[in-house]
Design a protein around this ligand. Structure first.
Ligand code: DGL
Length: 264
């Protein structure tokens, strides 16, 4: 079991932020990434559709014989995690619980959460934070423009600053001391968001927290295999061209071979 790969899936290229953190924390593990680029975005779709897509993506990775499933997509983690855990025998880690755990360290207990419409409408981050910090005040805001801005390479562009000012104004007024970056793409906008909110606001990067959760789980369950060779394999459900180009910017590295597959 230890010798198997870690399977990571996302709606598209954004989950590479989670992939990157896992690769840097556990460099010896073999990683298989699936980006469902034919059906991206998940963030604007119904719960039923996202659940169906997530089950199909997970099934593909389980068929590759992975030892752990990481749901890098916040939207899929928000709505599909119980179904995935019920359907598959292997451990499944999403990005919501690790991010919520870190957010619950807030000192003033006023916490902002940003994400896609699907993630914010699901209310999963507030539920997970309240389970740990019942009297926390949560201020949520969907920020749909951040996804295309990050993919365009405009995370620090004036346009991103203007959009961020608009989206974050209510959170600034609410005097949050912690902001959960509840979407795969948002770590790329971290500097822009920090400039608007100020240095005192703690940014919770769900990708970083998820990588730590994977490491902890491996330690607890004896699943780690630091000497696997660190192979990286990428699959997408649409032609790979755009994924390769945008993915290079997300990873700050070449991806190597990306193979197109059909799922579902
Ligand atoms: N990966 C999605 C998330 O983290 C963002 C992109 C999409 O809407 O599919 O919620």
């Amino acid at each position: 079991m230890r010798h198997r790969s870690i399977g990571i899936f996302d709606s598209g290229v954004g989950g590479l932020t989670v992939f990157k953190e896992i690769a840097s924390l556990l460099p010896g593990e073999n990683l298989i990434y699936l980006g469902d680029t034919a059906r991206v975005p998940y963030g604007t779709k119904s719960v039923e559709t996202v659940c169906r897509y997530a089950l199909e993506a997970a099934e593909f990775l389980v068929d590759q014989g992975v030892k752990l499933l990481v749901v890098a997509c916040n939207t899929a983690s928000a709505v599909a995690l119980p179904q995935l855990r019920e359907r598959f025998q292997l451990p499944v880690i999403g990005v919501i619980e690790p991010g919520a755990k870190r957010a619950a360290k807030s000192l003033n207990r006023r916490i902002g959460v940003i994400g896609t419409e699907g993630t914010i409408n699901s209310n999963r981050y507030p539920e997970a934070i309240h389970a740990l910090l019942p009297d926390a005040k949560i201020f949520s805001a969907p920020c749909p423009l951040f996804v295309p801005l990050a993919e365009e390479g405009w995370a620090e562009h004036e346009v991103a600053k203007l959009a961020a000012k608009e989206y974050l104004q209510p959170l600034l007024t609410a005097q949050i001391d912690t902001l959960v970056l509840g979407c795969t793409h948002y770590p790329l906008l971290r500097n822009t968001l920090q400039t608007i909110l100020g240095d005192t606001v703690d940014m919770v990067d769900s990708a970083e927290e998820t990588a730590k959760a994977v490491q902890n789980l491996f330690q607890q369950q004896g699943l780690a295999n630091p000497e696997c060779g660190g192979q990286r394999t990428f699959f997408v459900t649409d032609v790979p061209t755009r994924f390769e180009r945008v993915g290079r910017a997300f990873l700050r590295n070449n991806l190597g071979r990306v193979e197109q597959v059909q799922i579902g």
